[in-house]
Design a protein around this ligand. Sequence first.
Ligand code: PRP
Ligand code: URA
Length: 209
Amino acid sequence: MAGQVHVSRHPLVQHKLALLRSKLTEPKKFRELVREIAQLLFYEASQDLALAPLTVETPLATAQGYEVAERVGVIPILRAGLGMSEAIINILPTVHVWHLGIFRDHETLLPVTYYNKLPKEPDIDLSIVVDPMLATGGSAVAAVNILKAWGSRRIKFLGLIAAPEGVRALTEAHPDVPIHLAAIDSHLNEHGYIVPGLGDAGDRQFGTG
Ligand code: PRP
Ligand code: URA
């Protein structure tokens, strides 16, 4: 895979991913695991964030520190990206969250955009698209197309599980977009599901389906 594709080898990510995949994992635990893995992947994907120096008063003296100097936007693809954006805003409360509603047509597997409330002008330095599943890649490519047309110059994609087909589609359409994942699985089945995957990430988070 291209140099822009990062698959976490962190033991905590891999441990939690196996629990997430299990069909025995109930929605409450599933949501908790999505949040935890998203935070760990965001930790890895945010290593290049720019810092600015900062002075704070401790109870004892003045200390020199740092603050994140970039405006970070997190763009969850509805519905399944919601759990990941919630995790990221908890660890970095200054992020802006801009929702994009995109679903896959069940017959064609093509993405359909139904919600986009991005502000008129880009107000962030870095956009992070979050969606647990990168299957055909259609939804992720559509999301990045929207962000680029909006004017976002620096974009990353954060997902949990990808199919090789999805990684290929996203890297071919947007080679400048780094991809951060917990796993790349074997293949897509005839219904466009990632195998072995985890099933439907939206249904498993929200108890539907
Ligand atoms: C799922 C998933 C991605 C998309 C991935 O969403 O959360 O957004 O499919 O598939 P792709 O890479 O082939 O585009 P879905 O369409 O099921 O919508 P939902 O989250 O609202 O259930
Ligand atoms: N969307 C999902 O939720 N799961 C898949 O395996 C593929 C697309």
